[in-house]
Design a binder for this molecule. Structure first.
Ligand code: AGP
Length: 618
């Protein structure tokens, strides 16, 4: 996700834009840019790096006067972070300029058509395609910018929040959104307008704001009311609301949530949707992943897949072991980066190594793939940061489009990693003929339902708070799961440990009798993932062993399962889904449980003691 901020009015735009970008850096910070109109020229400056780097560069290279302008702080989705790929982007005529937050799925098709009409491109971004598409339509239809934006967006597939300026009509800004937020701050008597991804850039200038709805385009022109249109229709939208903003600056940055971690837990439906957007075509029965499609043979003929990662990413790799072996029937080994790099592993060019890393900078994982590459293996990276070291070191890869994950405890990274891995396992399973077409289609359709099922699950938050209150002062926790949910038990334990500092261990449920059951007594809360899919009866007998020793039982059950609920001190119901997708759901209540316990214990949830968001050292 990126940060957009713009201004049109009677003040100097530059300081407002720079301050606004600084407040939006939490949305993305790999590159930044600013454009100003000084009454004659469009002056544009941009750079790889942070807003502070932009400020230094802009004040050296462009005049910073002008009462219209906008800026962008980027979280790359297409094109690595560098000068040409950073926003704003000019059209070929250099009359139009745009900033964009989102993903244009059909940008490749549009780009080919524009190239055939003589357009040339400087960047790898979907955004530069969009601004030239708007320019081409404006030229062909001989229409104003607003109409050209409407016509262009009617043919665009994807998600966007855009801000567009036309030098030939320099008294207005055009704004549009589908799937990415954008707000319009309204100055007194329409003498100025502020446009931004959220209200943080303009909260001190005005409390009056319009939040565009999906599929709407707006024109902000000095001295006139904002005009709003449906993108696909001509008629104006009259019944929009001007909201009175009540939130503080800090509250807005966190989307109104108390911590980034909670915000990121709640972002998971969107993050998963954004991750499969453009890749999962369930109705056509297609999975398109260029990083995989271009190297399918390497996977199809692999002796085995070795998955390397650390922490939560290693847990995602463990889920993938079940996915790939169960669905694609490809042998998998999962390795900690730190162990793999030093144990002199046997690696051949028939091996495929998948590196999983949210930051793309974890030193042990990076070293592991360098070793694998040196021995001829094919390396595929799954990262959340475009252009990160692991992403650049890998031969190919797929980005999770989770947006920046600020909280040290990984949440949306975990579920988006599993989303990518599920798509890969399904695609390979289908290609290898290991799953029937009807089963394959059922999987694809069910994956589409997961974001909605997580939305339902998030409604359990109040109930989970009650459970957290009961167990916030214990010293130990056990987490048990079987099959696909064994890695979720490990992940749930890690979440609790790292933010609440309560000792917790995750185990395969059946492993209890090989030692850990000695720990069970009335003071030991045991979280058991007991969904109906996969070894349910076996888990029920493990639960009976726990109850026989007076363990406190917190169960994660499939909705409507009264059997386990009656055996539990507390239970949390999750919607029914297919077994391979249960980790995407069962992890949600465990994230919330660890979050609320940590908050109740007064811990620093977003920056837990001793931890860093990215472990770039051994
Ligand atoms: C998980 O909540 C932790 N923040 C940590 O275990 C993390 O998953 C690990 O350091 C790996 O980070 P990466 O995904 O950026 O490589």
């Amino acid at each position: 996700m990126c940060g957009i901020t713009g201004y049109i009015g009677y003040r100097d735009a530059y300081p407002i834009i720079i301050q606004g970008l600084q407040r939006l850096e939490y949305r993305g910070y790999d590159s930044a840019g600013v454009v100003l109109y000084d009454g004659k020229n469009i002056n544009l400056s941009k750079t790889k790096g942070k807003v502070s780097d932009l400020q230094q560069k802009a004040e050296l290279e462009i005049p910073t006067d002008g009462r219209i302008g906008f800026g962008h702080t980027r979280w790359a989705t297409h094109g690595v972070p560098n000068y040409v790929n950073s926003h704003p982007h000019l059209s070929q005529s250099e009359n139009l300029v745009i900033v964009h937050n989102g993903i244009i799925e059909n940008y490749d098709t549009l780009k080919k058509e524009l190239i055939s009409r003589g357009y040339e491109f400087k960047s790898d971004t979907d955004t530069e395609v969009l601004i030239n598409f708007i320019e081409e339509i404006k030229k062909q239809e001989k229409c104003k910018l607003g109409k050209a934006v409407q016509l262009a967006l009617s043919e665009v597939v994807g998600a966007y929040a855009i801000l567009v300026f036309d030098k030939t009509k320099p008294d207005e800004l055009v704004i549009a959104r589908l799937g990415s937020p954008i707000a319009i701050g309204i100055g007194k008597d329409n003498t100025e307008f502020f446009i931004a991804s959220d209200a943080t850039p303009f909260i001190e200038y005005t409390k009056d704001a319009i939040y565009l709805e999906d599929g709407e385009m707006a024109i902000a022109k000095i001295g006139r009311d904002v005009k709003i249109y449906k993108i696909n229709e001509d008629e104006r939208v009259r019944d929009f609301k001007i909201q009175q903003l009540q939130l503080s600056l800090e509250q807005i940055e966190k989307g109104g949530y108390e911590h980034f971690m909670l915000k990121e837990i709640y972002e998971q439906p969107t993050a998963i949707t954004d991750t499969y957007r453009g890749r999962l075509h369930a109705n056509e029965g297609l999975i398109k992943m260029s990083g995989l499609d271009d190297h399918l043979g390497r996977f199809m003929n692999a002796n085995r897949i070795i998955i390397v990662g650390c922490g939560t990413s290693w847990h995602a790799g463990l889920v993938a072991e079940y996915l790939f072996e169960d669905i694609a029937r490809i042998p998998v080994e999962v390795e900690y980066g730190s162990e793999f790099r030093y144990r002199n592993p046997i690696i051949t060019e028939k091996d495929v190594v998948i590196a999983i890393s949210q930051s793309g900078e974890t030193a042990d994982t990076l070293a592991a793939i360098k070793l694998a590459k040196s021995k001829g293996a094919f390396v595929f990276g799954i990262c959340n940061v475009v252009g990160s070291s692991i992403a650049r070191e890998a031969h190919a890869g797929a980005y999770t489009h989770a947006g920046p994950e600020i909280g040290v405890a990984s949440t949306k990274a975990f579920t988006t990693q599993i989303t990518i891995l599920s798509l890969m396992a399904l695609k390979l399973g289908k290609e290898k003929g290991n799953i029937a077409t009807s089963v394959y289609h059922t999987y694809l359709q069910e994956l589409l339902q997961i974001p909605g099922k997580i939305e339902q699950l998030l409604q359990e938050d109040q109930h989970i708070i009650e459970i957290a209150k009961k167990y916030k002062d214990v010293s130990n926790f056990l987490y048990l799961g079987r099959g696909y949910n064994f890695p979720v038990a490990l992940e749930g334990a890690l979440k609790l440990k790292e933010i609440s500092y309560i000792h917790a261990e995750g185990y395969p449920a059946a492993e209890m009798k090989h030692g850990p059951i000695a720990l069970i007594d009335e003071n030991m809360p045991v979280v058991v993932i007991a969904t109906k899919q996969g070894h349910y009866e076996k888990v029920v007998s493990n639960i009976q062993e726990i109850k026989a020793r007076h363990g406190q039982l917190i169960s994660i059950v499939t909705v409507g399962d009264h059997t386990v609920k009656e055996m539990s001190d507390y239970s949390i119901e999750i919607p029914e889904t297919l077994e391979p997708f249960t980790p995407l759901l069962t992890t949600i209540p465990l994230q919330l449980l660890s979050y609320h316990i940590a908050v109740m214990r007064g811990c620093n949830v977003d920056q837990p003691r001793n931890l860093a968001k990215s472990v770039t050292v051994e």
